[in-house]
Write a protein that binds this ligand. Structure first.
Ligand code: NAP
Length: 244
């Protein structure tokens, strides 16, 4: 790791989409700081990033620890050029049965944590007059889903946050965008039964689920200079399942 090399912070970089994004960024010559909630996850990040990054423990459920962890990163003189808000959870239930904890955990981890993470990096990005903020949203923000009022609210809340922030920092060289996946093969989706899986598949015009790499490539594009005129945008990657 070098103090003056372009650095990306990726939440939830130990597995799934976050890991693929982190590995793809490394291939592009960008060093990474990846987060996980566990020591085991941190070790996985250290193993794949080698000299091009490291893992840190971060549980987005705890706002104070988000603020403290970010202060630690800046104390070590790493400044974040690219923030990838990837970590996310779902705790599904019909609204009538949904508990306060199921609602609050999903809103905190998927939405409120993004506010605190962005707040921690934006000052430094403004001073440098450059930065990229990319957040992984979801198709469910736009189409809704039974049993996911919490998840859907958290992901559509991100759209308003990103559009408003994009306006606030557009003149400072910072772009703020969402990548909104449809159905991507990860642990997040492999809990579905065969019947549920087939039902989802029947709604995807390209007739397959998405690959993590298809999300990572879009991230690379949005971090590049080629995308410097794109801000406040939600990029849908869903095989035609939802079109704006
Ligand atoms: N897969 C899909 O089809 C799909 C579709 C639409 C949107 N998305 C979105 O894509 C993002 C990544 O999803 P994925 O499919 O890669 O999920 P995944 O395989 O379940 O991975 C989730 C990641 O989030 C982290 N995480 C969970 N709880 C956390 C917490 N309290 N604090 C910090 N990190 C936490 C996990 O870290 P630990 O393992 O260390 O806990 C893990 O790295 C999510 O935002 C999800 O909503 C996914």
């Amino acid at each position: 790791m070098k103090k003056n090399k372009k650095t990306a912070l990726i939440t939830g970089a130990n597995r799934g989409i976050g890991k693929t994004i982190a590995k793809t960024l490394i291939k592009q010559g960008i060093q990474i700081i990846g987060t996980s909630t566990t020591e085991d996850g941190v070790e996985k990040i250290n193993n794949y990033s080698k000299k091009n990054g490291f893992g840190i423990i971060l549980n987005l459920k705890n706002t104070d620890s988000i603020i403290e962890t970010m202060k630690e990163i800046y104390k070590k003189q790493y400044s974040i050029d690219i923030l990838i808000n990837n970590a996310g959870i779902k705790k599904d239930n019909l609204l009538i049965k949904m508990t306060k904890t199921e609602w609050e955990d999903v809103i905190q981890i998927n939405l409120s944590s993004v506010f605190y993470l962005v707040k921690s990096v934006i000052g430094s990005m403004i001073r440098k007059r450059q930065g990229r903020i990319i957040t992984i949203g979801s198709i469910i923000a736009n189409i809704g889903n039974k049993g996911q009022v919490n998840y859907s609210a958290s992901k559509s809340g991100l759209i308003g946050l990103h559009k408003s922030l994009a306006l606030e920092v557009a003149s400072k060289g910072i772009t703020v965008n969402i990548i909104s996946p449809g159905f991507i093969n990860t642990n997040f989706t492999n809990t579905l039964s065969f019947k549920q899986y087939q039902k989802y598949l029947s709604n995807i015009p390209v007739k397959r689920t998405g690959y993590k790499e298809e999300i990572a490539h879009a991230v690379i594009f949005l971090t590049s200079n080629k995308a410097s005129y794109i801000t406040g945008h939600t990029l849908h990657i869903n095989g035609g399942m939802y079109m704006m």
